[in-house]
Design a protein around this ligand. Structure first.
Ligand code: C2O
Ligand code: CU
Length: 503
């Protein structure tokens, strides 16, 4: 195994990802943040220097951090924030494989650009012989106004989630400058380009790093064979369009088997999901350029509404099967939890989460604290090996992409009907071979059941990954095996961070 050491400088620059100038929050002045590529078993050392005027943290979305939960990078949950003008080092080995990403986990910073791909190669990848090259495809939504201003508007003026102005693929897209107020600096931007060598097979690692946008991913004229869901291999599943909610990742294999030409790669917004008062539609495209074709844009339309409507029914992906069969343990406990959202208030079981920046829950548990205030939304699990089902039901008429830290869970069932307090007799669950993931959509007014095992001492959040909803309180904290946490041996730097945290 290797050690990969990164020096990260969290800093603000000016840039124009889609041609429209604004401040971007970056790591090492790069947007998206630098790609981390390692192999299973490797060690990662991230020295994070915070050049902002507020605290920050870096979270790798989907890693377990078993035995070293202080590396999870959730402010107020797994650590105190890294104070301005100082450095904190994350240091961990990785025994997972697949497609992940990392991002700032301090309210609002994610919106403004602190996200990048985190790829873990697998020498035992069962699909290794089925592709020749790889590309990373980071999808995100993009705002022309900075997150701080939008957050203020959200909480003080408009009380509805600000809609993104554009979408980006690997940090780029075009934008029609005529939609802006006159004299706004704008050069129209350009699309990312992926070069395909005719006859080659590509693994695309697709990541949805959005603030609020679910996407439908496709490449004109091409078939996508899905092989990975969030670090788990699945039996090859052929689609023309892959839906990705926020925080979700898929790998697909695509063959460069079409006529030598240029094609649109499309990452279409699902407008039906959240977008209120959206006046202009935005299209998030990149170019798939076949080597040997003219250097120009595809001649087909940049927008394609007719495709979008067809795409909706692929949303469920209910037919995916894991590549490796794993016996599903039976459940020891079912927790019924509700979630709700109203204007700027997000609730888990009726309670709005309010972060305590003066100390993190993990620091407190480590020091022996076992009781928490109600607004900490803490659920404690003390039995090693206990198998938990969470039935989460949505009292709100918008969908919410939920993400759990420190775990993957089996998705037993997901429904778009109201939950009335009892599991309906006609509800069908997959108790045979469900796939595992770490990010799952809670349907509008719907519910899901997920299963996971209490086996990872730490404090892990379970939250809606729409940044506006997370900062509104749609977050709970799971304290897992607190007595084992107290016996861990965390680095002194992590303990010291809380001495400097803001008041
Ligand atoms: Cu992508 Cu709580 O994280
Ligand atoms: Cu939400």
């Amino acid at each position: 195994p290797k050690t990969h050491e990164y020096n990260f400088n969290v800093t603000i620059i000016y840039g124009a990802p889609d041609g429209v100038s604004r401040q971007i929050w970056t790591i090492n002045e790069q947007f998206p943040a630098p790609t981390i590529e390692i192999t299973k078993g490797d060690r990662v050392i991230m020295n994070v220097y915070n050049n902002l005027n507020e605290t920050t943290t870096v979270h790798v979305h989907g890693l377990f951090h078993q035995g070293d939960p202080w590396n999870d990078g959730s402010v107020a949950t797994s650590q105190c924030g890294i104070p301005p003008k100082s450095t904190f080092t994350y240091n961990f080995t990785v025994n997972q494989v697949g497609t992940y990403y990392y991002h700032a986990h301090f309210p609002g910073q994610y919106i403004d650009g602190i996200y990048g791909a985190f790829i873990i190669h697998d020498p035992e990848d069962p699909y290794l012989d089925e592709y020749d090259e790889e590309y990373i495809v980071v999808l995100s939504d993009w705002f022309h106004t900075e997150g701080k201003i939008l957050t203020k508007m959200y909480f003080e003026l408009h009380f509805v989630e600000p809609n993104p102005n554009n979408g980006l693929i690997n940090g780029k897209n075009k934008y029609d400058c005529t939609q802006l107020y006159p004299d706004t600096p704008c050069n129209g931007g350009e699309c990312s380009k992926f070069t395909f060598v005719p006859g080659k097979r590509y693994r695309l690692r697709i990541i949805n790093a959005s603030t609020m946008a679910p996407f439908f991913f496709s490449i004109d004229n091409h078939i996508l064979d899905v092989i990975e869901v969030e670090g788990g291999y699945i039996e090859k599943y052929t689609l023309t369009t892959v839906p990705l909610n926020i925080g979700q990742r898929y790998s697909v294999i695509v063959k460069a088997d079409q006529e030598i030409s240029n094609y649109w790669m499309r990452s279409a917004f699902d407008y039906t999901a959240y977008f209120r008062n959206q006046t202009t539609k935005v299209y998030n495209n990149a170019i798939v350029h076949y080597e040997g074709a003219d250097e120009k844009e595809p001649t087909t339309q940049f927008w394609n509404d007719s495709i979008t409507s067809e795409w909706k029914d692929l949303d469920q992906l209910v037919n995916l099967k894991p590549y490796y069969y794993e016996e599903l343990p039976s459940s020891d406990l079912t927790m019924l939890l509700s979630t709700d959202f109203n204007m700027t208030e997000g609730y888990m079981n009726g309670s709005m989460y309010v972060p305590d920046y003066n100390g993190s829950t993990l620091n407190k548990v480590y020091q022996g604290v076992r009781e928490f205030d109600a607004d900490q939304n803490v659920y404690t699990f003390t039995q090693p090996g206990q198998v938990i089902d969470i039935l989460l039901y949505n009292l709100n008429n918008k969908e919410h992409p939920f993400h759990m830290h420190g775990h993957k869970f089996w998705v037993l069932g997901s429904f778009n009907t109201n939950f009335t307090g009892v599991i309906p007799s006609n509800a069908t669950f997959n108790l045979v071979n469900p796939i595992k993931r770490d990010s799952v959509t809670l349907e509008a007014c719907g519910w899901f059941v997920i299963r996971f095992v209490i086996d990872n001492p730490g404090v892990w959040t379970f939250h809606c990954h729409i940044e506006w909803h997370a900062i509104s309180g749609m977050v709970m904290q799971m304290v897992e095996l607190p007595d084992s946490i107290t016996k861990l041996d965390p680095p002194q730097d992590w303990i010291n961070l809380c001495d400097y945290s803001m008041n």
